[in-house]
Ligand binder design. Structure first.
Ligand code: 13P
Length: 249
């Protein structure tokens, strides 16, 4: 049985003052019926604050991105070692906003996955199709392409140590969630594609759903066979909503 994982992606939101309240409220709510593994991914500048406030809480934290390079002349970038310096356990890789706004390619995403894995971070690899790709019947082809790039670079065994997040781009921040069945179909496709190479890896890997997950739709999504948790954007910025989603497991 795979443990359910609920990860909050704050994106570019938060403030020192606001984070203090949010992190303390999440921490305080953990004893109350939360059995999922919980991860918070704040903007990089707030990772030290998050590490300090969540230390010893049982909640993990992670980065929203990292550089594929170890160190050097890469102004503005953050390395895997820097994330580890602040006890990050996870890092989100290839989020659709990185792919679309920062032109990250499948190959770059694969390099980042590898860099994270080599350093001992657990990568949360995001995959997902645009609305026009879904409408053109290309969902599986797009997800397969994004997944295969990582498998080609890192190897199928490396995927077992990571987490995959299916985030249909049309559902991100739009309030339009994939139906539980739509999400389940793609999750099952991902698992089958992995199983074709290694059944054990396919069985072990956690596949999260992301895209307008809210307290009132989380339980039915998490109840699907191949949905092992969620990657939560907007609803992770409010302690009550985030905790309600964590409890929906
Ligand atoms: P929303 O939950 O705001 O739709 O964002 C999903 C997401 O992109 C999480 O990484």
């Amino acid at each position: 049985m795979r443990q359910t994982l609920v990860a909050g992606n704050w994106k570019m939101n938060g403030s020192r003052e606001g984070n203090r309240h949010l992190l303390d409220a999440i921490k305080a709510g953990m004893d109350d019926g939360v059995s999922a593994e919980v991860v918070v991914c704040p903007p990089a500048i707030y990772i030290p604050q998050t590490a300090r406030r969540l230390d010893g809480s049982g909640i993990s934290w992670g980065g929203q991105d990292l550089s594929q390079h170890e160190s050097g002349a890469y102004t503005g970038e953050i390395s895997a070692a820097m994330l580890l310096d602040y006890q990050c356990k996870y890092v989100i890789i290839g989020h659709s906003e990185r792919r679309s706004l920062h032109a990250e390619t499948d190959a770059q995403v694969a390099e980042k996955f590898l860099a994270a894995q080599k350093a001992g971070l657990t990568p949360i690899l995001c995959v997902g199709e645009l609305l026009e790709e879904r409408e053109a019947g290309e969902t599986e082809a797009v997800v397969a392409r994004q997944l295969d790039a990582v498998i080609a670079a890192a190897g199928i065994q490396a995927v077992a140590g990571g987490v995959i997040a299916y985030e249909p781009v049309w559902a991100i921040g739009t309030g339009k969630t994939a139906s539980p069945q739509q999400a389940q179909d793609v999750h099952a496709f991902i698992r089958q594609r992995l199983a074709a190479q290694d059944a054990n890896v396919a069985e072990k890997v956690q596949i999260l759903y992301g895209g307008s997950v809210k307290p009132d739709n989380a339980a039915e999504l998490f109840a699907m066979t191949d949905i092992d948790g969620g990657l939560i954007g907007g609803a992770s910025l409010d302690a009550e909503s985030f905790l309600a989603i964590c409890r929906a497991v």
